[in-house]
Design a protein around this ligand. Structure first.
Ligand code: AMP
Ligand code: ZN
Length: 115
């Protein structure tokens, strides 16, 4: 989608630190990491979030937990623990409206999911 930051990253029109890529998904380092491991996993095809899935993005998104576990293992966080989450809409604090999952790990992440 024209003008979408993460579409541009998926198309490699702007630089990012990609750690994983396959036919339908890309994972790259968050530009403002909140933990030693902070990656974003996105479908290459555009949709705004989990409330806007299309058949194409739903099929890609369904693979994200398995791919996240693979990446967590590669990043050395599988045994220590990690978190996978997606912000959807204004109350969640979503700032980029292209579906993405945060993969966080590498330190104790705390138990609070909201404040
Ligand atoms: P959210 O607030 O859930 O929409 O998450 C958006 C995330 O995208 C934030 O954690 C930002 O730090 C991250 N972000 C924004 N721009 C970039 C970029 N160019 N490369 C990598 N991560 C980015
Ligand atoms: Zn997009």
């Amino acid at each position: 989608m024209d003008g979408c930051l993460f579409c541009k990253i998926a198309r490699k029109e702007i630089p990012s630190a990609i750690v994983y890529e396959d036919d339908t998904l890309v994972a790259f380092k968050d530009i403002s990491p909140q933990a030693p491991v902070h990656l974003l996993i996105i479908p290459k095809a555009h949709c705004e979030g989990l409330g806007d899935l299309t058949p194409e993005t739903a099929a890609a998104a369904a693979r994200i937990p398995q791919v996240a576990a693979l990446i967590a293992r590669e990043q050395g966080t599988l045994s220590g623990g990690w978190r996978l989450l997606s912000n959807c809409g204004p109350d969640s604090g979503q700032t980029v409206y292209h579906l993405h999952f945060h993969l966080l790990g590498g330190k104790p992440l705390g138990g609070r999911l909201c404040q």
